[in-house]
Write a protein that binds this ligand. Structure first.
Ligand SMILES: Cc1cc2nc3c(=O)[nH]c(=O)nc-3n(C[C@H](O)[C@H](O)[C@H](O)COP(=O)(O)O)c2cc1C
Length: 194
């Protein structure tokens, strides 16, 4: 018997709060393109993403082996939805997103996103209809106003969109500055965050 009663829930997907990002990639058809995902994680200099194998973006990222991961704030929610629902379209144009070409790879850096990671694929595999790309981060770009006088990232000021939901519900949540708290509850000499 659990101290607090738990029930099993019947759903084939359960997203408990993943940052929404826009992938930028080189595209056969439109030269450059973008798509929305919430399946990514960053571990030191490595980034892993999950993209539906039959998607236009997966085919092109497999072909060119490069992409950017661009992090939008809640101001770009409309653009996030355009890039998340029109498979195969010219979405940078459709969402009216301007961009420049990255320094270390041939892929778009989306101007209105506050953070961009430039990534080169080192490994990919298909699993249950999704392609998982493991990539090396070759460059990181952050908006000027998010860097303090000492050159540090003002991490407490970022306002990411988080995707939550299951089969029944799709919901966006927002990381607000006033709710941020420093992770210093446990003191240790180890840097446990990788
Ligand atoms: C908030 C949000 C999160 C999404 N996350 C993912 C994801 O993690 N992986 C994925 O394959 N598709 C995800 N999608 C769906 C794709 O963006 C969608 O299938 C898109 O149309 C694919 O476009 P493409 O075929 O042009 O690449 C997400 C969509 C939204 C709106």
């Amino acid at each position: 018997m659990y101290v607090k009663e738990k029930l099993e829930i019947n759903t084939d997907k359960l997203y408990y709060g993943f940052p929404v990002v826009l992938l930028g990639y080189k595209d056969d058809r439109f030269k450059y393109n973008a798509t929305t995902i919430s399946s990514s994680y960053s571990l030191k200099d490595t980034l892993t993403i999950g993209v539906k194998s039959e998607s236009h973006s997966a085919a092109n990222i497999k072909k060119y082996g490069e992409f950017t991961l661009n992090v939008p704030s809640d101001k770009l929610l409309g653009e996030v939805e355009v890039c998340g629902f029109f498979s195969g379209h010219n979405k940078l144009q459709q969402a009216d997103l301007t961009y420049e070409i990255a320094k270390t790879i041939d892929a778009p850096v989306i101007d209105d996103c506050f953070l961009t990671l430039e990534c080169k694929v080192v490994h990919c595999y298909d699993h249950h209809g999704y392609t998982h790309f493991v990539a090396d981060i070759t460059n990181r770009l952050v908006d000027n106003d998010l860097i303090d006088e000492e050159g540090n990232f003002r991490i407490g000021e970022i306002d990411t969109i988080h995707f939550t939901g299951c089969n029944e519900l799709r919901q966006y949540r927002f990381l607000k500055e006033e709710k941020a708290t420093k992770g210093d509850f446990i003191y240790t000499s180890d840097n446990c965050c990788g």
